[in-house]
Write a protein that binds this ligand. Structure first.
Ligand SMILES: *[C@@H]1O[C@H](CO)[C@@H](O)[C@H](O)[C@H]1NC(C)=O
Ligand SMILES: *[C@@H]1O[C@H](CO)[C@@H](O)[C@H](O)[C@H]1NC(C)=O
Ligand SMILES: *[C@@H]1O[C@H](CO)[C@@H](O)[C@H](O)[C@H]1NC(C)=O
Ligand SMILES: *[C@@H]1O[C@H](CO)[C@@H](O)[C@H](O)[C@H]1NC(C)=O
Ligand SMILES: *[C@@H]1O[C@H](CO)[C@@H](O)[C@H](O)[C@H]1NC(C)=O
Ligand SMILES: *[C@@H]1O[C@H](CO)[C@@H](O)[C@H](O)[C@H]1NC(C)=O
Ligand SMILES: CC(=O)N[C@H]1CO[C@H](CO)[C@@H](O)[C@@H]1O
Length: 824
């Protein structure tokens, strides 16, 4: 009997090994990602965990799920996790394990892009600076020192995932992992070493044994079993390098990032939807939005040079986690339409037929059950098309759009027909405007006596590279030298100081006097500062403060791009002679005294340093400002308006909210009121915000705030005026809907506000767009009252767009549209 039971137990536990395991089997072929035998198309969105806060994660992830995504993708940010070699940090919003667990709790899959090079407009592409300073290292190529570090870090991350059972093979959410990142775009200059490096990456990744597929993006020579994937604005013409690989769009850019001095990028919902629909029309299997939520470059994590603190990206969720409407809603509708065809898309055969210039019908057919699913596309940039599919119906396909036809005979979606609401976001002053009290400030000068008199911490007979010298411990590096002008035959009152720098911002002082500042413009980061200076006989002190604004993150050998005054030259140009002082003895100091003394930390009692004067100084270089403020009530996201300030760094309750530079205005040219979604998108198309500060408002996450009062501390580098600085909340101001017959028109406010007024409502053929709707040639007289009854006093409302709702059925077969503008 004991033998019998033993056998039963052995058999039972063996069986359990196969069936009790929670692990999922992830595989793929050219038509599907296959999860436990189920054939899937996967809709994924990028959300970078360090670009929001732990407290924001659940809401953002839920909104992604509600938007119809199946998966969340994130890079892993090496520089944050290993700020010093072998000293790791996974605390706070660096707790990626927690992030992926939340993704799983929401019922979503995850895509893990380890890199560990990430690009991502993140400083130094996510590489820690100590890596650059390792003897003998060469980054992203066949170099033993580098490969050893890359493997150590990759293994560390993989092991953490395994310990937390995060891979799908272990029952976790991660269905796909990525090694390296867009290397194929830049590998040419690395020659044979680049090719062998990619082979090594593939082997190293596979040896990690994670039980889910690995991908390489933009890598047409990706070795098997790596799946190569496509990044870009459109990937319909992409084919993977192995016919057995699924067609994957790992970075479909939903918008674009911002540079200081740049305009606001804007990619229409119609065009993003067009690129995704085209991708699935042409055999796509996996689509990842880059970004789905862009977020904020807190601290000094922005890449560059000159990437802004906001990483909003014009993504479906805005920087603060609000719905960016109509983009979020229009893509949600697209996802629902695509999912109707998931079974046929992943099993059927695909055929295409042309119906005139740039008009194609793609039919997916499953011969086994006769089911069909169609995409009818018109990729002409200006001509609409009318297509007669005989027994399957007649269709109007606007230029640059795709219609999705369920069963090939019913239009369920068209990328150019937006039914989702448009939300116009507003910033609300905290407290009513009449009672709006200005903040009161104290200030402290940055102590610069030491550096103005040439005193540094170490010396060198050459001009050093800034990133190497600071190892990115600060944006700031002081370069100081002294020049003896005794016996120099020149008029000392008329000398020019000329400094060539590799960026990004330079301030010059001579004999303790400020002589000028300069920074790169038009995207150029290297520049020459030339200022008249007045020297004196004997010793003259030259003090230069160089500031970085995000380290380069993209390109072949981007890691070697020089930063700061490295190499110079620095010259003094007199009437008759030029003195090249590049090889003088230079004294150096990394960072600011205020940084070393943690002036930004309100818990440190620097009471003696802060001055409470009647009027705080205005336009004063290198000045710290401090104020206190109450937490704005409600749940809407909080921002600080820094209009009037120059450039610097900001902290709330000791936490860095990033660099600020509201004095840097976007060019006045290149914006236009109208934006045509038709035709290929490029990052300068449809830009907005010409002539205004590139970034005036800065996100203050609510989790940074305390109930009993908060401290804002600014380090102002150029000189600014804090008079107008104020805290505001971001919410929906105006909502518009413009929905087609047979659809629902949905309107929602946010933060508990209700619809207070209907400004426009017309069921008929209304014209114009949100903010300027006009009645068309006909409308139902009940338009206004129907919408008012349904919406006034409600946080959200829904009106079905049909003649029955408006009592116009007696007009016969009308095909109306309903346009509404309402105030929250
Ligand atoms: C996983 O699924 C694929 C395709 O369905 C199948 O070929 C493979 O044998 C499965 N692997 C395991 C370990 O079950
Ligand atoms: C796809 O086409 C092939 C070749 O015509 C056929 O053998 C197969 O049954 C088709 N598959 C489906 C699912 O329709
Ligand atoms: C510069 O050179 C010119 C011509 O040689 C001479 O006349 C002048 O005095 C010089 N100026 C100075 C400041 O040395
Ligand atoms: C100052 O020097 C510049 C050239 O370095 C010369 O063009 C200019 O005439 C000089 N001015 C005076 C007042 O000496
Ligand atoms: C200045 O001196 C540096 C170091 O000797 C040299 O590399 C550079 O070419 C010089 N520049 C000029 C303009 O003479
Ligand atoms: C403060 O705001 C007022 C009113 O908008 C404006 O006139 C003034 O120029 C602003 N001051 C600064 C320093 O930005
Ligand atoms: C990686 C990639 O595909 N980049 C492309 C993205 O789209 C822009 C604009 O269409 C192209 O210029 C890039 O080459």
């Amino acid at each position: 009997m004991s033998r019998y039971w033993t056998e039963v137990l052995v058999i039972a536990s063996l069986a359990c090994l196969y069936t009790c395991s929670l692990g999922a089997n992830i595989s793929y072929d050219s038509n599907a990602i296959i999860i436990n035998g189920e054939r899937r198309i996967i809709l994924s969105g990028a959300i970078h965990y360090p670009r929001s806060t732990v407290e924001m994660w659940p809401d953002i992830i839920q909104k992604a799920k509600d938007g119809g995504l199946d998966a969340i993708e994130s890079y892993i940010f090496w520089d944050r996790h290993e700020p010093q070699r072998r000293k790791y940090d996974f605390s706070g919003n660096l707790d990626f394990v927690k992030f992926f667990k939340l993704v799983q709790d929401a019922g979503l899959y995850a895509v893990l892009r380890i890199g560990p090079y990430v690009c991502a407009e993140w400083t130094y592409g996510g590489f820690p600076l100590w890596l650059h300073n390792l003897p003998g290292v060469q980054l992203r190529t066949d170099n033993e020192v580098y490969k050893n570090e890359m493997q150590t870090f990759t293994t560390k991350i993989v092991n953490m995932c395994k310990e937390a059972s995060l891979f799908a093979s272990q029952g976790g959410p991660i269905i796909i992992a990525q090694i390296e990142n867009e290397y194929g775009n830049i590998m040419g200059p690395y020659g044979a070493a680049g090719k062998s490096y990619i082979q090594w990456c593939a082997k190293m990744a596979v040896s990690q044994n994670i039980g889910v597929p690995w991908i390489m993006c933009q890598q047409s020579d990706a070795p098997q079993p790596m799946i190569n994937t496509c990044n870009g604005f459109y990937c319909d013409n992409f084919t993977p390098n192995n016919p057995k690989s699924p067609k994957m769009f790992t970075e479909n850019w939903t918008g674009w990032f911002k540079n200081w001095g740049g305009k606001h990028p804007f990619r229409t919902a119609e065009d993003v939807a067009f690129s995704v629909a085209r991708f699935f029309q042409t055999g796509g299997v996996f689509n990842n939005y880059y970004m789905y939520h862009g977020g904020t470059n807190f601290g000094r994590t922005a890449g560059g040079p000159y990437i802004t603190t906001s990483y909003d990206y014009n993504a479906p969720l805005d920087e603060y986690g609000n719905f960016n409407q109509p983009k979020w809603g229009h893509l949600k509708d697209l996802h629902a339409a695509l999912k109707l065809g998931e079974k046929i898309l992943t099993t059927g055969n695909r055929t295409s037929k042309q119906y005139g210039n740039n008009v194609y019908l793609t039919t997916y057919t499953n011969a086994n059950d006769g089911s069909r699913f169609c995409f009818l596309s018109n990729s002409d940039g200006s001509h609409d098309a009318n297509v007669d599919l005989q027994k399957d119906g007649k269709y109007f396909v606007p230029a640059w759009s795709v219609s999705i036809l369920e069963n090939c005979n019913k239009e369920v979606y068209n990328t150019a027909k937006v039914n989702a609401q448009t939300s116009v976001m507003v910033k609300k002053q905290v407290g009513s405007s009449r009672h709006h009290k200005r903040l009161s400030w104290v200030w402290a000068p940055e102590a610069i006596k030491d550096t103005l008199t040439g005193k540094g911490r170490f010396k060198a007979d050459l001009l050093l590279d800034q990133k190497q010298t600071t190892a990115d411990s600060s944006d700031y590096l002081w370069y100081m030298t002294s020049v003896n002008m005794n016996g120099k035959s020149s008029s000392l009152e008329n000398v020019t100081l000329r400094v060539r720098t590799q960026g990004h911002v330079l301030h010059a002082f001579v004999n303790r006097k400020f002589v000028g500042s300069q920074w790169g413009t038009n995207g150029k980061y290297s520049f020459v500062l030339e200022k008249p200076v007045s020297l004196k006989p004997g010793t003259n002190i030259i003090t230069l403060l160089s500031a970085t604004v995000g380290l380069a993150n993209y390109g072949s050998f981007f890691d070697l791009v020089p930063v700061g005054i490295v190499g110079g030259p620095i010259e003094l140009i007199g009437a008759n002679s030029t003195w090249n002082i590049s090889t003088n003895q230079w004294s150096y100091k990394v960072g600011l005294n205020g940084e070393a003394n943690q002036l930004y930390n309100p818990n440190r009692a620097h009471l003696r340093r802060w001055k409470a004067t009647q009027n705080v100084p205005v336009g004063r270089l290198m000045t710290w400002y401090k104020t206190t403020f109450k937490t704005p009530s409600g749940t809407d996201p909080v921002v600080v308006d820094l209009q009037g300030m120059g450039k610097g760094l900001a902290w709330v309750n000791g936490k860095s909210i990033g660099r600020y530079w509201p004095s840097f205005n976007a060019d006045t040219n290149g914006c236009s009121d109208s934006c045509d979604y038709r035709g290929g998108y490029f990052s300068e198309k449809c830009v907005t915000n010409c002539g205004n500060p590139t970034q005036r408002w800065y996100h203050v996450p609510r989790s940074f705030l305390k109930n009993d009062g908060n401290t804002l501390i600014l380090f102002e580098e150029f000189g600014g005026n804090p008079l107008n600085v104020s805290f505001q909340t971001v919410t929906v101001g105006t909502v518009c809907g413009n929905a087609y017959e047979g659809h629902e028109l949905d309107l929602s406010c946010q933060g508990g506000q209700t619809i207070s007024e209907i400004k426009f409502a017309s069921y008929g053929d209304p014209q114009g767009k949100c903010g300027s709707f006009k009645k068309g040639s006909w409308e139902a007289s009940s338009s206004f009252s129907v919408v008012e009854n349904a919406c006034i006093g409600r946080e959200s409302c829904s009106v079905s767009v049909s003649s029955a709702t408006f009592g116009t059925s007696n007009l016969g077969s009308v095909n109306g549209r309903l346009a509404v503008e309402a105030v929250c």
